[in-house]
Design a protein around this ligand. Structure first.
Ligand code: NAD
Length: 358
């Protein structure tokens, strides 16, 4: 059995649409994990993988993460994600052709999945997709320009940090607290800025030295070397760079009370949540913390006003507080309470949407 066959056989998702884009040699996987709450919606990621099967695996994992994210925020979408596993660097013409054909593929699916921008794809790519399909997401309704979800995601992370501070220290105020932001990109930068404005001391790390220097000069952050992040004492560690930074090597080093950040898939393996819990570190589940962009984009797509969107994003605080309370009552990691919440939402929607017995 091939790796791809094995992955497909083991997956509990809804379906995978697979397309090989011959002109560019790109495997395109559209993984639709669950449509209980509505049509699937999730980003389109483009990168090189060691093998097409690795790209398929990533698409499946990311699509499942989207199911959880939509359910936990109560939005009527299913979990889906596209992975474009490119075999080489594409020139501008090849790239445009790939996204144009991808747009037509989305259109042919008739709306059971819509895509937005993600890692490796750009506003320009999504503009090409939008010329071919009505199922491109993340564009400003009035101008047609792509919306940057970063500031909304940062607002959600900021709100989550306040909620976690309340639970850990009895006050949500960042004043006088030390927050270590790992990754000063589209999310980390506005997050650090807001934290500074609210009186926190912000330690910043970034593998991009120029970006880190700017964060020190413009925001007044204290630099931390990328390798020293985990052992640096702080109140909150906010991973806003890459996934899997919480693992059996890093957790024993941590000197923080709270972990709350935007990176997807922060836990290298599910059991890492137990290790954090055993060390008394409050872990805010990533897909709850980083849902701000996911909340904002569909709302803006439907023409919602900025103020409404911000209120809804700040609702992440209330959701997280409920998750923390349920977890504390049971003496468990918040990942379990978050997961039960997802299951409750999906379960409540199932009978109405899926009358066919399994
Ligand atoms: P970005 O690419 O704009 O920024 C990431 C930053 O992290 C860059 O400055 C990069 O140099 C730095 N970096 C990379 N590896 C690092 C390392 N090992 N140590 C320190 N710094 C490192 O990305 P972003 O849009 O800010 O997203 C950050 C994370 O949040 C990603 O994991 C992303 O998947 C997740 N996320 C983002 C959004 C969003 O709205 N942008 C939404 C949900 C989740």
């Amino acid at each position: 059995m091939s790796d791809m066959e094995r992955l497909l056989q083991q997956w509990d998702g809804h379906a995978v649409v697979t397309h090989f884009d011959r002109p560019t040699g790109t495997w395109v996987f559209i993984a639709i994990h669950d449509m209980t709450l509505g049509p699937a919606l999730g980003g389109c990621r483009l990168r090189m993988y060691d093998s097409p099967a690795d790209g398929l695996h990533d698409a499946m994992r990311l699509a499942e993460g989207m199911t959880h994210k939509w359910a936990v925020i109560g939005f009527p979408y299913g979990g889906g994600k596209t992975v474009m596993a490119v075999g080489k660097l594409l020139d501008a013409e090849e790239r445009e052709g790939l996204f144009r054909r991808y747009g037509r593929l989305l259109q042919s699916l008739g709306g059971c999945y819509a895509a937005g921008e993600d890692l490796g794809t750009t506003p320009a790519d999504m503009a090409v997709v939008a010329e071919e399909t009505e199922f491109a997401h993340g564009l400003d309704r009035a101008t047609g320009d792509p919306v940057d979800p970063g500031p909304y995601t940062a607002l959600g992370v900021f709100t989550a940090i306040r909620t976690a501070l309340q639970r850990a220290y009895g006050s949500p105020r960042p004043t006088g607290r030390t927050v270590l932001v790992q990754g000063m990109g589209d999310v980390g930068w506005p997050l650090a800025k807001r934290l500074k404005e609210e009186g926190a001391a912000v330690l910043a790390a970034d593998t991009d030295a120029a970006r880190l220097r700017r964060a020190v000069a413009e925001l007044g952050c204290v630099p931390v070397e990328a390798d020293h992040v985990y052992a640096t004492p702080c109140d909150v560690y906010a991973p806003c760079a890459v996934g899997a930074t919480l693992n059996e090597r890093t957790v024993p080093l941590l000197q923080c009370r709270v972990v709350a950040g935007s990176a997807n898939n922060q836990l290298e393996a599910p059991e890492v949540a137990e290790a954090l819990h055993a060390r008394g570190i409050l872990y805010a589940p990533d897909y709850v913390v980083n849902a701000g962009g996911a909340i904002a984009l569909p709302m803006l797509h439907r023409g919602a006003r900025e103020g409404e969107v911000r209120i809804r994003v700040e609702g992440i605080g209330e959701t997280l507080a409920a998750i923390f309370a349920e977890a504390a009552e049971r003496g468990e990691s918040p990942v379990h309470a978050a997961r039960r919440r997802v299951e409750r939402v999906l379960e409540a929607a199932r009978p109405a949407r899926d009358p066919v017995p399994a």
